[in-house]
Write a protein that binds this ligand. Structure first.
Ligand SMILES: Cc1ncc(COP(=O)(O)O)c(C=O)c1O
Length: 464
């Protein structure tokens, strides 16, 4: 930027962006053949304004399931400002006031969990968990119990190690070779069970969990250290595990002494109507990672939360100079994250947003399901709380997936109506056919009506 930059000159901003910013997940040629990059200028509640002053209704909480309490919260800004002016940062070998207080508050929402490790992205929190598994393997099992199981269609981050635990082959394409020791287990999407060899008509949930046991036995239980799962698969198509799945998963982990790591990066802090997604299913994880909704994007923060039993393994013998978690995340020492996260939780509690998420989630589910009568292209509506997916098909009978171009055209049509929705994209070969919705937890019936009406119109135009 030169000294003449005028903040109000938005066309200058657009040109600066076009010339110098490398956007995430986007092919840039379009910005040199007519299209302008989109600049989001302002946000308030559920709505954002772009460089042309066009108001959009955001049905995906900042595009990637993040802004749970909505935009433009002054109290979030105040919390961050007060924290950073007093003490902005110190490396994580020491504590800070917001760090200690948020850890205490977070643990109060997670019975059975005890320790909070701070970092600053979902990928990084997951990597911490992977490193813990590997270190325990070395400490207790001569390095043998080091394998980490992950599930087909799940996603755990953008780094090479987290992509090694990534169940989305198209997303992973061209980024190998990957880290050894990550082993895939099958997905548990009931709507697509006909594509899985031997899947039964009944008790699919238990069957899908038993597939994990088969993989453990094939690999050797003494080589498997952890199982990493999303509570509701997000970018892989909004997949809630069927009845019977989670109790069996917990049983299997216990039986083979395998740590259960739940990736709550999307579901964590309210998205599904409970503080954490796993809390719907009565299971007790050993490790829980979280990021996006923890501070609703007002500051960067991620946490890996563990049980005291996991933590104890790193403090039980201080005579061994290697016996502690030898890991650091520089920006895990920023106070802005936990300060914002504390205020974020206060807002969710004071405004009763978990209940709103349940109520509005049911309402939105019903509204989207009602579109089935009108649009044969809707194969399945699913999800939990304000985290919903609509799987589009070319043929409802055979469940042949809709082609990705048409799914993207639906998203594009909604954008033209100034409603921002999401869809699985370039992730799963031939299965990028699910529309994704994750409005802020403050959504009202009016907001949802506007979203559903945009989808209704778009499906009519795109699929006829
Ligand atoms: C389930 C899940 N885990 C981890 C991540 C990675 O988080 P981050 O992009 O903050 O590294 C994501 C991101 O979308 C995610 O959806």
């Amino acid at each position: 930027m030169d000294g003449n930059f005028n903040e109000n000159d938005i066309s200058r901003v657009v040109e600066a962006d076009r010339a110098n910013v490398w956007h995430h997940l986007i092919q840039h040629e379009q910005f040199f053949t007519g299209a302008d990059p989109k600049i989001i200028v302002e946000g308030k509640g559920m709505r954002v304004w772009d460089q042309k002053g066009i108001e959009h209704l955001d049905a995906v909480a900042g595009g990637v399931w993040t802004v749970n309490v909505g935009y433009g919260r002054e109290s979030m800004g105040d919390a961050v400002k007060n924290a950073i002016v007093k003490m902005n940062f110190f490396g994580g070998t020491v504590g800070t006031i917001p760090g200690a207080l948020f850890a205490e508050k977070l643990i109060s929402k997670m019975p059975g969990m005890d320790r909070v490790y701070y970092a600053n992205s979902g990928s990084e929190a997951n990597e911490k968990a992977f490193k813990i598994v590997r270190q325990i393997a070395h400490k207790k099992y001569g390095g043998k119990k080091h394998k980490i199981l992950y599930r087909d269609r799940d996603y755990h981050g953008s780094t090479i190690a987290t992509m090694s635990a990534g169940g989305q082959d198209e997303r992973n394409a061209q980024y190998g070779p990957f880290t050894p020791g990550f082993i895939r287990v099958p997905h548990c999407l009931e709507y697509r069970k006909h594509e899985q060899d031997g899947a039964p008509v009944e008790n699919y949930g238990e069957w899908a969990a038993n597939q994990i046991e088969d993989v453990i036995l094939r690999e050797g239980a003494d080589t498997v250290g952890a199982l990493c799962l999303e509570p509701v698969t997000a970018g892989g198509g909004v997949i809630e595990a069927p009845e019977g799945y989670w109790p069996r998963v917990a049983e299997i982990c216990k039986k083979y002494d395998i740590l259960l790591h739940i990736d709550e990066v999307v579901c964590g802090v309210g998205r599904t109507g409970t503080w954490f997604g796993y809390q719907h299913y009565g299971i007790q994880p050993d490790m829980v990672s979280m990021a996006k909704g923890v501070a609703s994007g007002y500051a960067a923060i991620s946490c890996l939360v563990t049980t005291e039993a996991v933590f104890d393994m790193f403090k039980d013998d201080s005579s061994d100079p290697m016996n502690y978690f030898r890991d650091i995340s520089t920006f895990g020492g920023c106070t802005a994250g936990p300060a914002a996260a504390l205020e974020n939780m206060r807002i969710i509690e004071d405004e009763n947003l978990l209940q709103n998420t349940i109520d509005m989630g049911h309402y939105m589910f019903d509204q989207l399901s009602a579109l089935k009568d009108k649009h044969a292209c809707i194969g399945d509506v699913r999800g939990k709380g304000l985290f919903l997916g609509v799987e589009l098909v070319a043929d409802r009978e055979t469940r042949e997936p809709a082609v990705e171009k048409m799914v993207q055209a639906t998203v594009g049509d909604c954008m033209k109506q100034a409603v921002i929705i999401g869809a699985t994209n370039r992730s799963l070969p031939g299965r990028n056919n699910t529309l994704c919705f994750s409005p802020a937890l403050i959504a009202t019936k009016d907001d949802i009506n506007q979203i559903v009406s945009a989808v209704d119109g778009a499906l009519g135009r795109v699929f006829g």
